[in-house]
Design a protein around this ligand. Sequence first.
Ligand SMILES: *[C@@H]1O[C@H](CO)[C@@H](O)[C@H](O)[C@H]1NC(C)=O
Ligand SMILES: *[C@@H]1O[C@H](CO)[C@@H](O)[C@H](O)[C@H]1NC(C)=O
Ligand SMILES: *[C@@H]1O[C@H](CO)[C@@H](O)[C@H](O)[C@H]1NC(C)=O
Ligand SMILES: *[C@@H]1O[C@H](CO)[C@@H](O)[C@H](O)[C@H]1NC(C)=O
Ligand SMILES: *[C@@H]1O[C@H](CO)[C@@H](O)[C@H](O)[C@H]1NC(C)=O
Length: 571
Amino acid sequence: MDTKFLFFIGLFSIAQMAVGQSRTGEASPWAWACRTGRGCVKVEKDSPVEEGDNMNNPTLAGCKLTCNDESVLWPKPRNAIYLSKTLVSFLPIDIRINRINAPSSEVKSLTNEAIAIFRGVLRKSIPEAFRRRNQTAKDGQRPQIHIEVSITSGDVRLAMETQESYNLHVKTIFATAATPASPRSTTSVSITATTFFGARHAIETLSQIMAWDKTLESMIMLTDANISDSPAFRSSDQVYQPEDIKELVHYATVRGVKIVPEFDAPGHVGSGWEWGERAGMGQLALCLNIEPWHDYCAEPPCGILNPINDNIYSVLSNIYQDMNDLFQSDIFHMGGDGVKFTCWNETTEIIDWLRARGRNDYSKEDFLYLWSHFQNRSLEEVDIAYGNKQPIVLWTSPLTDDGHAEKFLDKERYIIQIWAKGTDQSIAQLYRQGFKLIMTNYDAWYFDCGYGQWVGNGPNNWCSPYSGWQKVYENSPRKFIVNFNETFNSQQILGGEAAIWTEQVDGAAIEGKLWPRSSALAERLWTDPDTNWRAAEHRMNHHRERLVQRGIQADGLQPEWCHQNEGYCFL
Ligand SMILES: *[C@@H]1O[C@H](CO)[C@@H](O)[C@H](O)[C@H]1NC(C)=O
Ligand SMILES: *[C@@H]1O[C@H](CO)[C@@H](O)[C@H](O)[C@H]1NC(C)=O
Ligand SMILES: *[C@@H]1O[C@H](CO)[C@@H](O)[C@H](O)[C@H]1NC(C)=O
Ligand SMILES: *[C@@H]1O[C@H](CO)[C@@H](O)[C@H](O)[C@H]1NC(C)=O
Ligand SMILES: *[C@@H]1O[C@H](CO)[C@@H](O)[C@H](O)[C@H]1NC(C)=O
């Protein structure tokens, strides 16, 4: 076939109409040139063509679709292999769905819904006055658009690992002069995707290589295209990129704050570890998403690392390496929170592993031994990643309670972060054993306490009540030690940290929950005064005003009158 000849026939009507007169209105004096190094520019229709101007598609819509390398696609496909510079005009009613190859009726029906949305989008792009008007050409002679969609996976849930890639192929065959009765052209659109989601994205892309051309009073689209596309990231709006972390670390450094990275393990994991089996690495995490979740973990979605799968340690090694590179911290937090034994206890390969080591009684001691194995192995990886033996932090847990810390953890390496109540005997025990401690006792320094339940009903969450700034202020790690009748050793109490967890707070409300209570904590840890909150009240009130002035949405403490009348508000 002589393709040049065919193109000529197909494009004839467009070119003729474009340079001619709008069918309904006045002749427009304007045309659009695709100008080298610029893009579409408005020129006088009858002016001589300037050098570097291409007038192949002289309408605004036509120029936009064909002038630039990526057409007008948004977002830019990662791999637009070919986009034609030629156009075909058509009517939306001439778009036919030839076939939808889908593995299930559910996928097929979703695809039909996406196509209905697509048709709606096209309809909206056409001005009301033209929607009902049909072109004069007979049905059989109008350009036809034939769409075929092929989807291979029955997956209809958009999950973290869902394949969203697609290929969109558009090819136009023009009628020859020898076949005047057939349509002027037939444009075949072939969409192939693994999942419905990929196909949906392809349909969106298809809608973007089409446009209403108001000069031609017709829909137009690229005659040919071949686009392979897939997203660069999954769930990308809730991801911290390396640059974000660097910016955060810098932001903190400028303000005299050190960010201590924590990689919590082996509990509180699940999402993000599912790929192990697909990658031939075996199960990296066990009991993923298991229900009822409360039998297996502290909060959903459940999951716990599989300590006897050696592949876990090479994955962890990479993570530790990245965290070291990004945070540049001289202290590393290994978590150790939220470990429940139910899952390990129900996993045959774990039980076999314990048996092989003479541990046959399914006891807490057996599982602590397994946990200790995990802790020791992952610590080796931290040491390799950091290139030195830096201090490691772990939360209080069954591994640190009841004298277990002494048995399993080296007190020269491990710092224990206390989240138990300030009066808990385990604090005294760890202190006497010589461990260094960081205080985050929940009865004063958990800033998420004192709100309603997020799981179950009842007016108070698990660690209620709310700790007002006064309580935060008076929470003295030094006094805890003295109250245990021990001599305070500042080498052993490293300080404290307030915690706010994200079950009931996000970016929308965090400032009021953190401030000004964090300021109360700051004075406790910076000054460690012997005086009580009353001595600090007037300064605290003023500081809260200062925070607000600096743009921080700090919670109110007292009526403004108290700020203006110091010393009158206390009862
Ligand atoms: C436009 O053409 C289609 C298909 O030929 C036909 O079903 C429809 O009734 C026509 N609409 C008008 C307003 O003539
Ligand atoms: C589209 O591009 C891809 C990648 O280069 C190629 O494999 C495929 O054959 C092309 N499709 C068509 C129909 O040309
Ligand atoms: C493990 O399961 C066994 C049998 O179901 C039970 O007797 C044992 O108490 C469990 N161990 C732990 C630590 O929960
Ligand atoms: C882990 O290392 C500690 C010493 O650092 C040791 O006491 C403990 O027995 C080790 N755990 C296991 C399971 O080998
Ligand atoms: C500390 O000593 C006092 C006086 O001897 C005693 O009353 C108190 O119970 C002791 N506290 C603790 C926590 O052992």
